[in-house]
Design a binder for this molecule. Structure first.
Ligand code: GLA
Ligand code: CA
Length: 764
């Protein structure tokens, strides 16, 4: 009792301490009235195990950052409509308070859409249960769900605004909306919902690309620009400076590296180029957030995907960031820290030691059960419906029926569409595997099948698209299954969700060795816990859980071959492992390595679009347009002399502005109204040359909606360079828009161009 007056006194002192202020001044941010450069580290709390949060925050501090920048992942918090979770790894307020404890400010980016290579860009899958929902629009249902979430988030984070004694200095409205649509009313609606949630005491801002920020820029919001390592900083800010001469400048996402897709080369970005970019910004007084400073891991089923050219994300989100996936310093870290030390007023703290790393000797997963022997109760459905219709969000789904008639060898079985990876079985025998990444939606039956044959189609959802209009990405089989001209009906559906409780309830039998899809269970003993990297090189494709924690997806094709297993999820003594392998392991053993393997592609390594022996023959073809492009960056428009129609587009780069390879970052065809035609159905059929040894510069990068990715030819290949695209259907076009590579001094700018468009395929 005698302590009470002292405590009251301390509380009174805290309350009377003047709150800090942060505002947008003329040409500069102002912290407590003084010019302030934001040096922010982007980190994602669900991508770091909660016990490690403080370690990673201290790493950012030691790097020389003064702020943390974080997305809020709506679908991580509201897994069922109206049921919220802000505990444990979802306790975002705790994350902010830990940052404050270490003297860091926080920028919050509550979406509702965040992109971030995260399942559905952070939107909850159950939104798709409304068949006609229009995400990221003024659809009243969508806005109502957004409002409900933001309001709940406000209860967690609004009290942490700077003026209220917390450390939140800015809040973002939507995310790169200009890359999605032009609709200022929508952005204004989101802004109002953010304010209504209580974020009234901090500047609100929008982030977009240099080429798109004016589409949706609201007068009362701060505008910031996103771009990556290598970018021409002056050029990136030029349009913003012209539009808003008095605005402080900020790169709200400066990409330190890039993310990895299954089946594609591991991405890296040069450390010196990254540091040069940050030096350049600091020299000009430009604020920045380094996306990612620490990428971490996309645990469980939270990885997203890109489309067109559907391509799912790896589990590692290492991002080639300065702080590695497991929280270690890297050469990039040291180089950046040296620069940021020069811009700090006091010596930077030393980085904390990383959590200890251990190796785990090989151990067997000695119990197993075939997935087909442990199915849940089926749900009957006359026609095919996607996973969402059965109230399943993620994981695997099985559709079973019997053939209503005999089928002939060579007849086509078509699945419209597989989202995202399917195995088709006839009476338990594997007939085919179909991969959405390759637009494999049909196959010829390898044998005659009698009427009554049991047909099982096992579909794995690989992560919903997180960017572009394809975010309306329903899983399982989206429409129908056809045998020849007959639509198959009378299905039984089995839901196989990825939550641990479901996997753990499987009765795996000792000594069983099923072939095909199966759950495998085992354990290993530890004298002391530590971080390790589970080696999945002997396994096919699936998901791993350790001590109840879903570690993430694995896939033998790589480039990621190990899964990060944080020591804080391990314990002295016995540790339980479950693996769902949809293909089946070569050997059902695992081991923990001391190093990750993130760059080992296997299988068919060539993702290029030119088969051996192919050469495009344009003799006798007539171009619909031929033009010289100007030198210099930015989008260029080429109007065709007369509108043209066709399904197959060929672009021939006859000469480049400077000697060397040719490159294109983005390509749009314009419809009769001058608007870009949709590109979701585009498919690269041919490119004479693609740089895949040192980069992921394949032809499909010209329509992947990302301005920072590009098609580039190899240095040895000689012009002319040709690219052939199947537009998916006949289209009428009046011109094209083309974006060269945007980085400073980047090669490949096209000079002379010929365009062909016709109904029939080109001769290859
Ligand atoms: C954009 C998005 C981010 C992320 C990066 C790429 O800038 O805003 O969420 O997707 O691209 O890593
Ligand atoms: Ca691109």
């Amino acid at each position: 009792m005698r302590l009470l007056p002292t405590l009251l006194c301390a509380a009174a002192l805290t309350l009377s301490a003047p709150a800090e202020t942060f505002s947008v001044g003329k040409g500069a941010f102002l912290l407590n009235g003084e010019p302030f450069i934001v040096k922010a580290a982007e980190v994602h709390y669900p991508r770091i195990p909660e016990p490690y949060w403080e370690h990673r925050i201290r790493m950012c501090k030691a790097l020389g950052m003064n702020t943390l920048c974080l997305y809020v992942f709506w679908n991580f918090h509201e897994r069922e409509p109206g049921v919220f979770d802000f505990s444990g790894n979802a306790d975002v307020a705790k994350f902010c308070r830990l940052a404050q404890k270490h003297g860091l400010y926080v920028i919050v980016r509550p979406g509702p859409y965040v992109c971030a290579e995260w399942e559905m860009g952070g939107l909850p899958w159950w939104l798709l249960q409304k068949e006609d929902i229009r995400l990221r629009t003024n659809d009243p249902h969508y806005l109502a769900c957004v409002g409900r979430f933001l309001k709940r988030l406000g209860q967690e984070l609004a009290p942490l605004q700077l003026a209220r004694g917390g450390n939140i200095i800015m809040v973002q409205v939507e995310n790169e909306y200009g890359a999605y649509a032009t609709d200022k009313t929508h952005v204004a609606n989101i802004r109002d919902l953010v304010r209504a949630a209580g974020f009234t005491d901090v500047p609100l801002f929008q982030c977009d690309w240099s080429s798109t920020f004016q589409r949706n820029g609201l007068d009362d919001l701060l505008w910031t620009i996103n771009f990556g390592t290598g970018a021409d900083i002056e050029a990136q800010f030029r349009p913003l400076k012209a539009a808003r001469p008095d605005s402080p400048l900020m790169c709200s996402e400066f990409w330190s590296g890039w993310f990895d897709h299954w089946g594609r080369r591991h991405e890296t970005r040069d450390a010196d180029a990254m540091v040069r970019g940050i030096r350049d910004m600091l020299d000009r007084g430009i604020s920045f957030s380094l996306y990612m400073t620490h990428g971490g891991t996309t645990f469980g089923w939270w990885g997203g995907a890109n489309n067109p050219a559907y391509s799912a994300m790896c589990s590692s989100y290492d991002y080639d960031a300065p702080i590695s996936e497991a929280g270690h310093v890297t050469p990039k870290f040291h180089k950046l820290r040296a620069l940021l030390q020069q811009h700090a007023t006091a010596p930077l703290p030393e980085p904390p030691a990383p959590p200890p790393v251990i190796t785990v000797p090989p151990f067997a997963l000695d119990r197993a059960v075939s997935l087909f022997d442990t199915l849940p109760a089926p749900k009957p459905t006359e026609t095919i419906r996607p996973m969402e219709a059965f109230n399943q969000g993620w994981g695997t789904i099985l559709y079973a029926t019997q053939l209503p008639r005999a089928a002939k060898k060579g007849e086509t079985l078509a699945i419209d569409e597989v989202h995202d990876w399917a195995q088709v079985f006839a009476d338990g025998k594997l007939l085919a595997r179909l991969d959405r990444r390759k637009k494999e939606f049909a196959f010829a039956l390898p044998a005659d099948l009698p009427a009554g044959t049991k047909l099982d189609i096992l579909v794995e959802a690989m992560g919903r698209v997180n960017f572009g209009s394809s975010i309306h990405d329903r899983k399982g089989i989206t429409k129908q299954v056809r045998l020849g001209d007959d639509v198959l009906t009378s299905w039984q559906v089995f839901n196989l969700p990825p939550e641990h409780a479901f996997a753990a309830a499987k009765a795996a039998k000792p000594g069983a060795h099923p072939s095909g899809p199966a759950y495998w269970v085992g354990a290993f003993d530890l004298a002391a816990a530590g971080d390790t990297f589970l080696d999945l090189r002997d396994w096919g494709k699936g998901m791993v859980w350790v001590n109840g924690h879903p570690l993430g997806r694995f896939w033998e094709i790589g480039p990621q071959q190990t899964l990060y297993l944080p020591g804080c999820w391990l314990r002295e003594g016995r540790n339980e492992v479950i693996v769902l392998d949809l293909k089946g392991p070569r050997s059902p053993t695992l081991q923990g390595l001391g190093q990750p393997i993130l760059d080992q592609l296997r299988g068919n390594l060539s993702d290029t679009h030119r088969k051996p022996g192919q050469a495009l023959d344009l003799s006798g073809e007539r171009p619909i347009a031929e033009a010289d492009l100007r030198a210099g960056g930015g989008w260029q428009t080429l109007t065709f002399p007369t509108p043209a129609s066709g399904r197959y587009l060929c672009l021939e780069i006859r000469a480049t502005q400077a000697p060397g390879p040719a490159a294109i970052a983005e390509l749009d065809l314009l419809d009769p109204d001058g608007k870009p035609l949709p590109r979701e159905d585009w498919r690269a059929l041919y490119a004479d040359s693609e740089e895949t040894r040192s980069a992921n510069a394949t032809a499909d990068k010209v329509y992947d909606l990302q301005e920072s990715t590009f098609w580039q030819t190899t240095p040895e290949a000689k012009p002319p360079h040709a690219l052939v695209i199947d537009l998916g259907a006949e289209r009428r076009a009046t011109g094209l828009c083309l974006l060269p590579r945007a980085e400073k001094g980047a090669p490949g700018q096209p000079k002379t161009l010929r365009v062909y468009l016709k109904d029939s395929p080109f001769r290859l």
